[in-house]
Write a protein of this length. Structure first.
Length: 200
């Protein structure tokens, strides 16, 4: 088994989906968490000066989505069928747009913070959760996962991000049930119960 070290900040952000991939695969990894205080000193020595990075037996991999897809392929959470693989990639890109809306709100300048926070909660969350609800329904009525009949990295990236704000999916019944399904997988449940606490 290779030696995996995953380095990210001590929050969910762009890192939690990959941690979930390891958890669900049952593959041990070093969960290396960098505090915001220590980051400026470490940054010059990190490839491309951003996180996350994955180190596998000394080889460095960058870009959160590429890392997640790479591990998904290795551990069996990425479809080999080209149509299904497209759907997984489509969801990954939708989730990137969703994350960007969060980032805009999170780092808004003080004079725009209130308006952007309101816009995020009242417009963007319902908009993106509505898209996710539709995608679930399109896959066999929404009783299973996002793509095909097995868990893929698409499910894990949605779960990692959407689960941080339960209020946001209470009015989307398929998405809500999906969140329960993923959260109740034994290995995911164990991870959720033991992972370091963080709001986002
Ligand atoms: N496209 C990159 C974006 C990486 C990125 O923006 N990382 C942020 C944290 S989410 C970061 O390293 N910020 C610290 C900095 O830029 O100094 C990815 O998805 O991995």
């Amino acid at each position: 088994m290779p030696n995996y070290k995953f380095t990210y900040f001590d929050f969910h952000g762009r890192g939690e989906a990959t941690r979930l991939v390891f958890a669900l695969a049952g593959v041990p990894f070093e969960d290396d968490r960098i505090s915001l205080e220590e980051w400026p000193n470490l940054k010059p020595n990190i490839k491309f000066h951003r996180l996350p990075i994955l180190e596998v037996d000394g080889k460095i991999y960058t870009e959160s989505h590429a890392i997640m897809s790479y591990l998904g392929r290795k551990f069996g959470f990425y479809p080999t069928d080209i149509e299904d693989a497209f759907k997984v990639d489509e969801i990954i890109h939708i989730m990137e747009d969703y994350l960007q809306e969060f980032v805009k709100k999170h780092y808004a300048p003080p004079d725009q913070k209130e308006a952007m926070t309101k816009e995020y909660f009242e417009v963007q969350i319902p908009r993106f959760n509505g898209i996710l609800e539709q995608l679930l329904v399109e896959n066999g009525g929404g009783k299973g996962y996002f793509v095909g009949n097995e868990v893929t990295v698409a499910d894990l990236i949605v779960f990692a991000f959407v689960s941080d704000y339960e209020e946001g999916f209470k009015d989307f019944p398929k998405l809500k049930a999906f969140m329960g399904r993923i959260g109740n997988l034994d290995r995911i449940k164990d991870w959720l119960n033991t992972r370091p606490k963080s709001d986002y």
